[in-house]
Write a protein that binds this ligand. Structure first.
Ligand code: BES
Ligand code: ZN
Length: 422
């Protein structure tokens, strides 16, 4: 059975196929004495993950590289670092490259009655200059909200929240709108917004103050505006780091997290924390039979719209995805005390039994917002580990994490993996 659909153009696919053809005995998997947490004779459920400063050192190493923006040379450095760490831990590695286009905003705005309003194009938007009427869409821009108004050949304006930006944009385009404005739910810029699917129409975000008054005005009078999504699409090459035990072509679990960050942010918590936790789980499992049921992935391009995880699931065969009992995604696990887990209910149920101290959550957080969503979209059962929103999220101050929390997350992850694979 092969993992990938055959596409000879992609060297990663060729390399993966080559790796699959050559399988070596488990004994060839090297163990890392520094991080190997237990001996195989110890009963699985009672093993403690070794608490080491190695996990924190990984966070520091990644943070010291500077912002890890997809498509920049820093990502070559970061992917090389991670590959080396996985190899030292006894795994084989592959870099899966993929491309997508990213909107580079060169200063977008709206002009209403001669007044210019600053706006930010969402990643995944298309450029465009539009002169049209403005139509306020009720609620949060679900398909039935668009059915209540006529946005044909108009620019639609809608509030941020409840559903993903990409879904709002799709609904707007399907209803005939030629542009979309999304109003922030807090004051200030709309930096960092990304569409999880490429849009056919320009999509701009604006601040809550300016946006809400624009919605009021559009509801009262017919309003004309000029929309300028000023920028260009640039092709970005992303790099997923895939680590697997030699010869293992069909894992039962994928353990992953994204290692890219937004521009200007060192991304300690988002998401060097999850990247390092996944690596720590891999080190702890290394050389045990359980490791031979797992693949570990550091995803790129998450912050631009889940591109790395989508590229991975799109390259996988349906059989490969069907063979997965779970995809476990770690994103923002190094700040805030309460560890939260969301996802497929059978798996969150199991997680709660294994770790009563974790908090379960449902709703939108489990559906989108990070790489597990790409697997969920393909029907793979998922678990999403995170510690919630924090003030430094997507800012230059996302510089550090609490090593204790990384170790705790590693332990919880290990306990759940062991129960899952028993
Ligand atoms: N790490 C975040 C997701 C997140 C946010 C987890 C808050 C926990 C608390 C992720 O990197 C992110 O920023 N996601 C975007 C969407 C994505 C498609 C760009 C988001 O949630 O807005
Ligand atoms: Zn993140």
């Amino acid at each position: 059975m092969t993992f990938v659909k055959t596409n000879p153009a992609n060297s990663w696919l060729r390399a993966t196929l080559a790796a699959i053809l050559v399988s070596f005995p488990t004994a060839c998997v090297q163990s890392n004495t520094l991080t190997k947490a237990f001996e195989p004779s110890v009963k699985a459920e009672t093993k403690q993950a070794q608490t080491t400063s190695a996990t924190y050192a990984d966070v520091e190493a990644l943070v010291n590289m500077g912002p890890r923006v997809a498509g920049t040379p820093v990502m070559e450095q970061a992917s090389n670092y991670l590959s080396e760490q996985y190899r030292k831990a006894g795994y084989k590695t592959q870099i899966q490259t993929f491309t997508y286009s990213k909107f580079e905003d060169l200063g977008s705005n709206l002009v209403v009655d001669g007044t210019t309003i600053n706006a930010q194009a969402l990643k995944g938007s298309v450029p465009g200059k539009i002169d049209a009427s403005l139509v306020a869409v009720p609620n949060f821009g679900r398909a039935d909200d668009f059915a209540k108004v006529n946005v044909k050949d108009a620019v639609a304006i809608v509030k941020r929240g409840e559903i993903r930006f990409g879904e709002k944009a799709r609904n707007a385009a399907n209803a005939g709108a030629i542009g979309l404005i999304i109003v922030n739910n807090k004051p200030g810029n709309f930096a960092g917004g990304a569409l999880t699917e490429a849009s056919k129409i320009p999509v701009l975000g604006i601040s809550s103050n300016q946006g809400n008054s624009l919605i009021d005005r559009a509801q009262k009078n017919r309003l004309n505006l000029k929309l300028n999504a000023n920028g260009q699409n640039r092709v970005v090459t992303g790099r997923n780091v895939i680590a697997y035990p030699e010869g293992v072509t069909q894992p039962q679990v994928i353990i992953g997290g994204h290692y890219d960050s937004v521009a200007g942010a060192p991304g300690a918590n988002d998401n060097a924390s999850g990247t390092a936790t996944v690596l720590a789980i891999a080190r702890n499992l290394s050389g045990t039979p359980l490791a031979r049921q797992a693949w570990f992935i550091a995803f790129d391009g998450e912050e631009d719209g889940l591109h790395g995880s989508r590229a991975f699931v799109n390259a996988a065969t349906p059989q490969f995805l069907k063979g997965l009992k779970a995809m476990m995604n770690f994103d923002m696990v190094g700040v805030n005390n309460q560890l939260q887990i969301g996802g497929t209910s059978s798996l969150t149920g199991l997680a709660k039994v294994v770790e009563p101290k974790v908090e379960l959550f449902g709703g939108s957080a489990a559906n989108g917002g990070s790489d597990h969503a790409s697997f969920a979209a393909k029907g793979v059962p998922i678990l999403f580990f995170y510690r919630g929103y924090e003030a430094n999220y997507h800012t230059p101050n996302d510089k550090t994490v609490d090593p204790k929390l990384l170790d705790e997350t590693t332990q919880v992850g290990l306990d759940i993996v062991r129960r899952l694979l028993q």
